[in-house]
Write a protein that binds this ligand. Structure first.
Ligand code: SAM
Length: 284
């Protein structure tokens, strides 16, 4: 029977059926993982075992509670109807948007993530997700139409390792928005990780019980995170540590006119304090 997010318990995340949809593959980082600094590599990171575990990491029910209606309020305040979720992952925000009545298209560059998202859509509310397999850098090739809003959430943009790829991606997002559209991108507070070391309250995105997400290695060009699960399995993500003001500058240079940055869903915050920043960038 279809469930809503409210009915969820952490134990129910994932199902044996989904496992069949997701190809069994191991993460591959090669002999020197610290040298893996490529925008293409995410497709080797979000594979079989890790995709199956992702919902334990983010815990849909807790995430639903901690985010509250932040994104929904941002979208509704701007009269948004159509949304392109470019980093669908396992579908948390796409399902939330569909529940709220937004016309939603769900894109991602990882086929395993999209398979899991489709399954989750059916499971949590009986939603048929409109999924599109697309890499952001060539988004216009695979996704058509214009949208009132684009969301890129869950610290996803950090997977781009060159400035050229970041600029290209932002330009693709810009082009796919209507003239008064809005882009919402979030990111970890890498400034604080780079400058002061890591300390996370784990209150927001990665809220799963007994799951740890912490930096394994950090320099100005790489933040390698290790994710450890109760069954002792370990997975890694290699990411580029975006500084907040650099990210804001890039969005401005691509053409966004107004950029508001929130810390952990609050308008005012002390530097160093939030785990995540959320940029709301308006095209008009
Ligand atoms: N938004 C989801 C969430 O919050 O749970 C997923 C976040 S996950 C950290 C990042 C997602 O971005 C993955 O599903 C990955 O496949 C996708 N991704 C990373 N780089 C991409 C690219 N260049 N093009 C398309 N998708 C990409």
């Amino acid at each position: 029977m279809a469930k809503s997010v409210d009915d969820l318990t952490s134990d129910e995340a994932g199902s044996p059926d989904t496992a069949d949809l997701v190809a069994r593959e191991e993460q591959v980082f090669g002999e020197n993982p610290l040298e893996v600094r490529e925008s293409d590599h995410y497709t080797h990171e979000y594979v079989g075992g890790f995709v199956e575990k992702w919902d334990d990491l983010i815990d849909w029910k807790k995430r639903y509670e901690s985010e509250g209606s932040f994104f929904i309020d941002q979208l509704k305040a701007r009269g948004v109807r159509s949304v392109l979720d470019v980093a669908t992952g396992t579908g948390f925000h796409s399902v939330r948007l569909l529940e709220e009545g937004f016309e939603t298209v769900s894109a991602d560059g990882s086929p395993q993530m999209l398979a899991k998202a489709f399954q989750n859509g059916l499971e949590y509310g009986g939603h048929i997700l409109r999924v599109v397999h697309a890499d952001w850098r060539w988004l216009n090739r695979d996704v058509h139409g214009e949208y009132d809003a684009i969301i890129c959430l869950g610290n996803s943009f950090t997977h781009l390792f060159s400035e050229r790829d970041r600029r290209k991606t932002l330009a693709e997002f810009y082009a796919m928005l209507k003239h008064d559209g809005v882009l919402i991108i979030d990111q970890r507070n890498y400034d604080s990780i780079l400058d002061d070391g890591f300390s996370s309250k784990h209150t927001y995105y990665y809220a799963g019980e007994d799951v740890s997400a912490e930096p394994d290695y950090v320099d100005e060009g790489l933040a390698r995170f290790k994710y450890t699960f109760p069954d002792k399995s370990e997975f890694f993500l290699n990411m580029y540590p975006l500084r907040k003001n650099y990210m804001r500058r890039l969005m401005r240079e691509v053409g966004f006119q107004r950029i508001d940055t929130y810390g952990d869903f609050q308008e005012t915050y002390q530097e160093g304090e939030p785990d995540f920043y959320i940029h709301v960038a308006e095209k008009k």
